[in-house]
Design a protein around this ligand. Structure first.
Ligand code: SF4
Ligand code: SF4
Length: 180
């Protein structure tokens, strides 16, 4: 029988009505993840992107989610206040069908890591309009080590297929340097 374990679920609640499109979240996220840390800021490297429609005063922050090796077979199309937005406009995934959430130089997928090591996600801390609010809760889940191991292997295999082992190894080496 699988053991139970506590898992911390981290959430960033997004209140789009409070977002004014300042893009500070993109700047701080890309600076935090620069190598060396804070050496540059380029929103294209941010793990949060702003979908902007200034004429309608509409700004929607979207955090980068999982990498997907395959395009979705079905797509979402949103209509907000009568305006139809592009397919995939609000999707969190890094996937082959679009350029969002990809590291501009290497093309490697970007994913929000909740600013690992920080007390609070930096996009939340720097959002002066409280459009982003950090929440944490504990959930009890089954401990299934084999499943976790298999998921990790599938993820690594997909990345290696897509980008080649050499690129992945380089990226991991760079991350190691960043942590030093
Ligand atoms: S920092 Fe806050 S208000 Fe500014 S764009 Fe990001 S979410 Fe919106
Ligand atoms: S939580 Fe951190 S990594 Fe995620 S989008 Fe915000 S600043 Fe970037």
């Amino acid at each position: 029988m699988n053991k139970k374990k506590k898992k911390t679920i981290k959430t960033i609640k997004v209140d789009v009505d409070k977002c004014n499109g300042c893009r500070t979240c993109e700047v701080i996220c890309s600076a935090f993840h620069a190598t060396p840390k804070y050496s540059s800021n380029n929103p294209a490297r941010s793990r949060i992107r702003l979908i902007r429609d200034p004429l309608r005063d509409m700004y929607i922050p979207v955090h980068a989610g999982e990498y997907s090796d395959a395009e979705c077979a079905g797509r979402d199309k949103y209509v907000i206040d009568g305006k139809e937005y592009e397919e995939c406009a609000f999707c969190r995934a890094s996937c082959p069908s679009r350029d969002e959430f990809k590291e501009p130089d290497s093309g490697l997928p970007l994913k929000c890591d909740m600013c690992e090591g920080e007390d609070e996600p930096l996009c939340v801390k720097w959002c002066l309009n409280d459009a982003l609010v950090y929440e944490e809760r504990e959930e009890e889940v089954e401990e299934d080590e084999q499943e976790a191991q298999e998921e990790m292997e599938i993820g690594l295999e997909a990345l290696a297929d897509k980008f080649g082992l050499e690129k992945i190894t380089d990226a991991v080496a760079r991350m190691g340097e960043k942590d030093r």
